[in-house]
Design a protein around this ligand. Structure first.
Ligand SMILES: [Zn+2]
Ligand SMILES: [Zn+2]
Length: 385
């Protein structure tokens, strides 16, 4: 159930990073955390291993593609991308009727819906194809920017298949056992044809396992699994970026015939905020000030995205678009042990002009206009959005 960090996050690179950027990021991390340089430092060793694993995947085109598509499941285990084909084979077995790869993916990552994999795989018949890992499930959540910055615990409710509690996943009625398949005599294969041509194929009755269920469990009809709607708490780490995945290991669909459970991938989308924009770990906002505050200088207060009240000094003679930096008030990512750069908050000033002035107000501005030498033909400035 431990959260495994996204490989891009581990290396601190973007999803579109080039191989060069990935190499550079890894070299930096490997140098800093190499066990030879940090004897006895378990945390450094862990970081080193984590970075190495991430590098192994992201530096290999095929593995990276598999990871991008499937998440950890696409590259899990010692074989890395080698496992890719296993995954494919397993799923094509499970989903028997599905032909194309994209169908399988759609089926796997059905956008939080029920996959219907068990139903389409023919498991209700009680005929098994050996053991398989359960499907992984994708669940999408959208959180607002403030939540992503502060971090939070979020409840999600989703459907998945769990082991049938009555038969503990065996599919056989309590107190009964599976029996040797009468069709193949337990060999799992049958021979067809006679004379010169003989073909050995997987036993259609037991699907190759050599055993069948004589008395299927009444609760699950011999499938060994049942649907369950479950609510679990997801830990959203502070500073999480849009597009991140949070892995909940083993929280996907239950495995078949003793196979391991699939995983649950929570895909996080961070919604746009009307007032704040995040760039890296820095935040940007726009602060309106009056023309007199801009001219004379002032101390003004405003609420940061976290709800904290900040006070900043506007220097005298500030114009619109002047950028003021409030150090350390940007994003402070919880998981970034290596790039522990706390972001800053950038405040862009916007000087407002009063309208609907009283006659006294207008009089004062006329006096001001006489005082300030306004140019008839001002020099143009570079245009920027
Ligand atoms: Zn059962
Ligand atoms: Zn058989």
């Amino acid at each position: 159930m431990a959260n495994k960090r996204d490989y891009y996050e581990v290396l601190g690179v973007s999803k579109t990073a080039t191989l060069d950027e990935i190499k550079k990021a890894y070299r930096k991390l490997a140098m800093a955390n190499h066990p030879d340089r940090n004897p006895g430092d378990k945390a450094a060793e862990e970081r080193f291993k984590e970075a190495t694993e991430a590098y192994e995947i992201l530096s290999d085109d095929k593995k990276r593609q598999a990871y991008d598509q499937f998440g950890f499941q696409g590259v899990d285990g010692a074989g890395g991308a080698g496992n890719y084909s296993n995954t494919y084979r397993d799923f094509s077995d499970i989903f028997g009727g599905f032909g194309s790869f994209s169908d399988i993916i759609n089926n796997m990552f059905g956008g939080g819906n029920f996959q219907g994999s068990y139903a389409s795989g023919g498991y209700d018949s009680g005929e098994y194809h050996g053991s398989h890992q359960g499907s992984s499930i994708r669940y999408d959540i959208a959180i607002d920017l403030a939540t992503s910055i502060k971090g939070s615990k979020v409840d999600i409710t989703y459907n998945h298949y769990v082991k049938c509690p009555e038969c503990d996943g065996s599919g056989a009625e309590k107190g009964t056992n599976k029996i040797t398949c009468p069709t193949c005599g337990g060999k799992g294969t049958v021979v067809r044809g006679n004379g010169f041509f003989q073909m050995r194929s997987t036993c259609p009755k037991c699907g190759g396992s050599g055993k069948i269920i004589e008395h299927p469990c009444k609760r699950c009809n011999g499938s060994g699994v049942e649907k369950k709607r479950e609510t679990i708490k997801i830990d959203i780490p502070a500073g999480i970026t849009s597009g991140s995945r949070i892995l909940q290991r083993g929280m996907g669909d239950a495995g078949i015939n003793g196979g391991p459970s699939g995983d649950l991938y929570v895909y996080v989308t961070v919604k746009e905020d009307p007032n704040f924009v995040r760039k890296g770990n820095d935040l940007y906002c726009k602060l309106p000030i009056s023309i007199t505050q801009a001219t004379l200088g002032a101390r003004v207060e405003f609420e940061n995205i976290t709800g904290e009240i900040l006070s900043i000094e506007i220097p005298a003679g500030s114009s619109t678009d002047k950028l003021l930096r409030v150090k350390g008030k940007g994003v402070n990512p919880q998981n970034t042990r290596l790039f522990s750069s706390k972001g800053d908050l950038f405040v862009r000033l916007y000087v407002t002009t009063p309208s609907g002035l009283s006659s006294r107000g207008k009089e004062l501005f006329k006096m001001l206009n006489d005082e300030i030498k306004s140019e008839i033909r001002p020099k143009l400035m570079p245009y920027a959005e």
